[in-house]
Structures are given as structure tokens and as C-alpha cells.
Design a protein around this ligand. Structure first.
Ligand SMILES: [Zn+2]
Length: 492
């Protein structure tokens, strides 16, 4: 039994000012060809390593293809997409026949001039392997599911967590399904349901209500006889195309009608509770006041409108300015992406005091740069090992990075598009986040992976930003349907 593994991952936005050239996918540490995949120990909490671990566990032959990811940002060009697709398809063509194909695809990938990049990859793989070879993919829950994805895959498995701590687990599940399918023990039949609804990202934290109850529904469905997999696509809302929005997917053993009925049932359950998945905006000063009232530290402000994990530029200065105005002590902003400041501070060196204009350079909504006279506490090449649980064991590379300090405020400034996920990177700069009283994270939910256990209180705040969660403010043109809550009358 020969199972091919590979994938291309990107979460692509129409609204991000940050471009995604091919070089972003081919940067050091972000791509692996067949030989590099073959050598991977398969021990990190990622989908690709879950596949590697899975095929080894089942004792089947692994046919590694190509795997690459780039940080979320603007859609790549069609040429970039074609170039990446060729890197995935060529080794597959050379390896045919295979018994199955397992793909690590984000599910929220779109390309300039092509709304459903994931669907296009699945379609191309289907054309190569033919109608009888099973194809399965693991998706990020922030996926926008489209018809090409459903038509060309036998099963799509969506992660059930946010922060996404079940990447390897879902990949192992997909591998087990694939092996059973190849052996003829099961015949996956998949159906989906698309909901005209956007979900507030801070209401997606899977360990917390109200969404915890939704996942309990998913798990109840998965325990029913004949059901192989159920999942919720929470959607990626900063994509302006007709696939944007929430969805459900159900895979049964051989019964498409039952899969459809069950996907609709789960969809109806979510739709009836659509108001529960929304939230009122919270201004950063009000959140800080409330945190002080509660009195549990560190108070963490999640600057979700500037989350680079979703493609925002990560250089909004509104909360840095608030921290300075309030003269906070033991406070940190993690991370401002500002290559110019990094290079100035790096050139000055550790111990120097630099005059820099921090952040605010990418977009008018990022607020103006903040003039700082700061001490350079640390300079780094940005490499470290995530300590998780999300991405645990993987190597991170944030590019040239520095830790600055002005009065009581630390600012970690980095070169690449990454959100804070655990304490490992600040620690690599000599900053122990457990000793802080105020932390601004450029993140919506993934920071909870490492910062959740040390948080005194957490507030998802609505600073001005490119990725506002007041969806009505985004300049959508191509959704093609009414979407709740932008349009409260949206119907399903
Ligand atoms: Zn995600």
C-alpha cells in the first residue's frame, strides 16, 4: 500500500496590505521536498508530521511529495499558485500509481483570479490519480469550503480546536481513514452545507462556551453508527469571494444522503444559534480598566484586528500608544513587525539606546508610528523552537528580531508575519512573560496555546485595524449572497 503525502497551505486575504510572493513559500524552513519529508522524524504537532507518523504506524509505504506554507497575507498570484502546484504534482505524477493521497491544505486558500485554491489543488490531484484513488485532506477550521473541494476529495477532516492543538491528531485520524478505505473496509461518502454566516473569531475558542457546545454536537454526531467524520468550517472572513463563510461537513460510510441530512442538521443547529457566535466590540482602554478592576495579572489584550495570523500587518500602534500614555510598568507588546526598526536597533547593538519610529508603516489603519527612545535589550536571528502545545517541537523563524525597552514597556520587534503562540520566542530574547503585568498580543486565539496558562485575564479588544471584526466595515464586493451579521436578514 502506497500513500502519497504533501500539501500547500495558505490563508489568503483580499484585504491584507502584505503581499505573498513565491519567495514566502520557499523561504528557509517553510518548504520540504520529497527527500526532506522522508527524513522528517514526524514528531511535531503539525498535520504533515501527523501524516508521516500515521503512515509509519500503519506500516504502509509513504510517497512524500512536497509541502510548503506561507504566513497568512494577501492572495498569491496565479503564477505563484501554478508554480507551487507543479512542485506538488510533479513528484506525484512520477510516483503513480499510488493507493491514496493525503493532503495538508488550509482550506482558506485563494489566489488572484481563483477563488478556491484548495479546490483547484484537489481537482488537479484528482485528474492525475483518477476517480478511484481516495484523496483526503486535513483543513484548518478557518476554512471557506467550496464545491471543488467537496467534489474532488473523498473526505475532508477539519480540526476541532482553536487554538489548533489537534493538528497531528486529525492527521492521524485521516491516515487511519485512508488505510481503512484502501483496504475496502469503508466507503467514505461526504456532504456539506454552506451557511451564510460570519463567525466572530473570539467566539471560536474551542475550550470555551458557547462554541464548546457546538463541538459536543460534532462529537455526538461522530459517535452515531455509520458516521466517519463530522466537522465545522468556522470560515475565514477576510476573503471576498462566494466561498467565504461557515460550513459543516459530514462523512458517512457509504450513505451520501445520510451525510447530507446530518450536515444539514448540524448546519441548522449552528444557524439557529447564529447570534451566539457574534460579539460586541470592546475598546482597549475599557478592557484595561476592567482588567485592573478584576486585578488578576498579567492582563492580556488580544489586538485581534492586527493579527498577522490572519494576514493583518501586525504594526498597529494603538495599544503601544495606550501603554505609553498610561505609563504602564512590566508591560510588553508582542510583536510589532517593523523591519526598519529591527535593522536600526540591530546596527546599534545590545545596550545601545536608539531613537526609532516604531510600527505604523504598512497601512493608514495601522495608526501612526510611535517615536521611542528605547534601549536595545536583545538582538536575535529570530530562530527558536516552539514549546507549544500548538506547533510544539517545530522550528520558528521570525527573521531578524530585537527586544526594545522604554521605561516600563518592552516591545519585541520582528521581521516576519507571525503571531505570538507560546512563551518560547520572548524567552529566547530574555523576556520572561510570566513576570509581566500587561501584555498586548497581536493574535486572536492562538496565543492562548502558550499564554492561556499564565494569563490573569484575557480581553479580545477592537483597536482600529485592517482586520476589523466589525465585518460591515470591510469593503466586500464579491460575496454574492447576504451574510449574517452584515445583513441581519440573511436567510438560509
Ligand atoms: Zn486557523
Amino acid at each position: 500500500m502506497r500513500i502519497a503525502i504533501g500539501g500547500i497551505q495558505h490563508e489568503s486575504s483580499d484585504f491584507s496590505p502584505v503581499e505573498t510572493p513565491l519567495a514566502e513559500f520557499l523561504a528557509d524552513g517553510r518548504w520540504f521536498d520529497a527527500e526532506m519529508l522522508r527524513r522528517r522524524p514526524g514528531d511535531t504537532n503539525t498535520v504533515i508530521d501527523g501524516f508521516i507518523k500515521g503512515v509509519r504506524k500503519h506500516g504502509v509505504e509513504m510517497v512524500p511529495l512536497f509541502w510548503s506554507h506561507a504566513p497568512s497575507a494577501r492572495q498569491p498570484t496565479f503564477e505563484t499558485h501554478q508554480s507551487l502546484k507543479a512542485r506538488l504534482l510533479e513528484p506525484l505524477r512520477a510516483a503513480l500509481p499510488v493507493d491514496g493521497v493525503l493532503l495538508s491544505l488550509h482550506g482558506g486558500y485563494s489566489v488572484q483570479g481563483l477563488d478556491d485554491g484548495d479546490g483547484d489543488i484537489l481537482k488537479a490531484v484528482r485528474q492525475l490519480v483518477g476517480p478511484d484513488c481516495p484523496i483526503m485532506a486535513v483543513h484548518d477550521p478557518h476554512c471557506n469550503v467550496g464545491p471543488d473541494m467537496i467534489e474532488n476529495a473523498n473526505a475532508l477532516i477539519i480540526m476541532d480546536t482553536y487554538p489548533h492543538v489537534d493538528m497531528a491528531e486529525r492527521a492521524l485520524e485521516a491516515t487511519a481513514l485512508m488505510v481503512r478505505t484502501i483496504r475496502g473496509e469503508i466507503q467514505p461518502a461526504m456532504a456539506w452545507c454552506s451557511l451564510p454566516m460570519f463567525w466572530a473569531a473570539s467566539k471560536m475558542i474551542s475550550a470555551e462556551e458557547p462554541i464548546r457546545s457546538a463541538y459536543e454536537c460534532v462529537f455526538e454526531i461522530e459517535r452515531r453508527p455509520g458516521v466517519l467524520v463530522a466537522g465545522i468550517g468556522l470560515g475565514y472572513q477576510w476573503a471576498d469571494n462566494p466561498t467565504a463563510g461557515a460550513s459543516t461537513i459530514v462523512v458517512t460510510d457509504g450513505n451520501r444522503q445520510s451525510a447530507q441530512e446530518t450536515a444539514d442538521e448540524l448546519g441548522r443547529w449552528l444557524w439557529e444559534r447564529r447570534a451566539d457566535w457574534q460579539r460586541q466590540p470592546v475598546a482597549p482602554p475599557a478592557a484595561l480598566d476592567e482588567g485592573e478592576c478584576i486585578g488578576r495579572y498579567p492582563i492580556i489584550l488580544a489586538d485581534q484586528a492586527d493579527n498577522p495570523g490572519g494576514g493583518a500587518p501586525s504594526d498597529n500602534t494603538e495599544i503601544l500608544r495606550l501603554f505609553i500614555e498610561r505609563d504602564l510598568q512590566d508591560a510588553a507588546v508582542l510583536y510589532i513587525r517593523d523591519r526598519e526598526t529591527v535593522q536600526t536597533a540591530k546596527a546599534a547593538g545590545v545596550g545601545a539606546t536608539v531613537d526609532v519610529e516604531v510600527g505604523g508603516k504598512s497601512h493608514p489603519l495601522s495608526a501612526p508610528p510611535v517615536p521611542m527612545k528605547a534601549e536595545v535589550l536583545a538582538v536575535s536571528d529570530g530562530r527558536f523552537i516552539y514549546d507549544g502545545p500548538m506547533w510544539a517541537g517545530s522550528e520558528g523563524n521570525y527573521g531578524d528580531s530585537v527586544l526594545l525597552k522604554q521605561d516600563g514597556i518592552y516591545v519585541a520587534v520582528i521581521s516576519e508575519m507571525y503571531q505570538p503562540m507560546d512563551l518560547a520566542f520572548p524567552r529566547s530574547l530574555g523576556l520572561d512573560c510570566r513576570t509581566l503585568r500587561y501584555i498586548c498580543v497581536k493574535s486572536t486565539g492562538h496565543f492562548r496555546s502558550g499564554f492561556g496558562p499564565i494569563a490573569g485575564s484575557i480581553f479580545n479588544v477592537d483597536a482600529l485595524g485592517v482586520f476589523t471584526q466589525d465585518f460591515a466595515k470591510l469593503p466586500f464586493e464579491r460575496l454574492g449572497r447576504k451574510i449574517y451579521p452584515i445583513d441581519p436578514d440573511a436567510a438560509w
